[in-house]
Ligand binder design. Structure first.
Ligand code: FES
Ligand code: FES
Length: 166
């Protein structure tokens, strides 16, 4: 067993875990943050995406101990003061989900995309950048629309990487 200490959605957490524990297991099983999903065992689907120190990372291929000391943001950490993050609101508004299984990963990926590529995202850029996320309901058309709208809304609301990561 080994100790891991992280800041998750702004709260300090510390636990004694098996060193083989994956970050996604730690989030779901130890912290009960079940919005981060596991949709494959080949690191392809992106359902497990979280932000580590503000950057999108697949939590299914990350050992919890390897990110000791980091700040993690999960889908549960995006809404602030009971208000949805602009990207969450855009997915709701533009029907960017069907069963919703891929949605947390899509949204974490989308926020990261805006942080890296800016607030004006065209369809081609969004489709290329979503390469690491799979929607088994194949609702890509509305997901792309939602991301473009969410990116613009993040710009208007002045939402930054740092705010999303805190
Ligand atoms: S569960 Fe991580 S990429 Fe599919
Ligand atoms: S909405 Fe069902 S997997 Fe994407």
């Amino acid at each position: 067993m080994t100790t891991v200490s992280l800041t998750v959605n702004g709260k300090a957490v510390s636990a004694n875990i098996d060193p083989r524990t994956l970050l996604v297991q730690f989030l779901r099983e130890n912290l009960r943050l079940t919005g981060t999903h596991v949709g494959c065992d080949t690191s392809q689907c992106g359902a497990c995406l979280v932000h580590i120190d503000g950057k999108a990372v697949k939590a299914c291929t990350t050992l919890a101990v390897s990110v000791d000391g980091a700040a993690i943001t999960t889908i549960e950490g995006l809404a602030q003061d009971g208000k949805l993050h602009p990207m969450q609101e855009a997915f709701r508004e533009h029907h960017g989900l069907q069963c919703g299984f891929c949605t947390p990963g899509m949204i974490m990926s989308a926020v990261d995309m805006v942080n890296r590529r800016g607030h004006e995202l065209d369809e081609k850029t969004i489709r290329e950048d979503l390469d690491g996320n799979i929607c088994r309901c194949t609702g890509y058309h509305n997901i792309v629309k939602a991301i473009a709208a969410g990116a613009e809304a993040m710009g208007k609301a002045g939402v930054t990487t740092r705010q999303a990561a805190e």
